[in-house]
Design a protein around this ligand. Sequence first.
Ligand code: XIL
Length: 411
Amino acid sequence: MSHGSTAPLPGGRRGPLPGARLGALAGARAGARSGARPEAQPGTRHRALLRSTAALGALALAGAAALVATAPLALATADEPAGTAADAADAAADTDAADTLAQLASARGKDIGFALTANYLNETAYRNIADTEFNFVVAENAMKWDATEPQPNQFSFGAGDQVAQYAASSGKGLYGHTLVWHAQAPGWAQSLSGAALEGAMTNHITGVVNHFEGQVEAWDVVNEAFNDDGSRRSSFLQNGMGNGWIETAFRAARAADPNVKLCINDYSVESVNAKSTAIYNLVADFKQRGVPIDCVGFQSHLIVGQVPSSFQQNLERFAALGVDVRITELDIRMSTPASSGNLQQQASDYASVFRTCLAVQACQGVTIWGITDRYSWVPGTFPGQGAALVWDENYAPKPAYNAIYTALGGA
Ligand code: XIL
């Protein structure tokens, strides 16, 4: 992995970045500025709409007249009649530059990522938003244990490689998710314990980290290892190997790649609470004993109106231990169908999370757990809830889009 460059990015991004990525990011930004895609005319009401590629994406869905009409409708305001297909086409033909979320985040030295399922890139609207609005990507499922090693020592990297290739070809940073987790682990591994499980876990970590060396900049080595009360989660990992398994996993990852950053990741750890304190204590202990650990991921699967007030303070206490922090899986769910009041609250919640990351120097960025409500994991996991992402089911940007845009300094 080429960690040679220490050239600062705008916004004072700390530490070395892989030289290739710096070049790629610069290229991506230049490409976006060169008018590669049409933008809205500044100063018109279309600007907010066309800040996002949603209308373009909808237009590009050949023959999808209904979608073309739907995207502008979603943004119509009281004094502006609902947009028409002709309006959208008109605005799409304008070429004045407006920033994307990726450009704004890059200018602030932060990553803005999304969880990618590569098949969806075949959909033009999805692809346009992925290409232009994000500078960072993580595989939604393709790098998990069941996907990468479905049979013992039979590695299968096709789906993960697709994600890595998309990141490379689009000049985005790549996050690795996840090496060891109690869920989406293959049955063969779950049936092991003791030395056999430890050997299998170490072999898995080694194989996956070696394969993606130089492509992934940070790995979720361990995911969701704790209960809400701060005790260890009962899992085949915990029960099969005892308390030492997390340290074993981190040491194996470091042995496989001396340069990649190693993170622990969890949910419901955004506030100062028993669970986040358990992870805090683990990081402090690792740092003190020289066990490798570089970063902590805060999943942030949030509920509308419930961004914790101690979020920034919590990130800062981790940063003070000398690790990076990152919002890794942000989505903000609500009861469906979504009310306009909840969509407004969601916008303010998204903005608040981005402002929190901006306020903490060690915060590398914010990754959103998907692009469109069409494909979010939320409704399948939390019945009756959804509408958790930034683009709706028809790829129209929700109020959260402009809120994030403004939080990132867009005017
Ligand atoms: C989810 C994916 O979004 C779904 O497609 C999959 O069926 C289950 O996993 N915490 C995590 C993520 O760390 O890997 C999960 O992703 C969401 C919760």
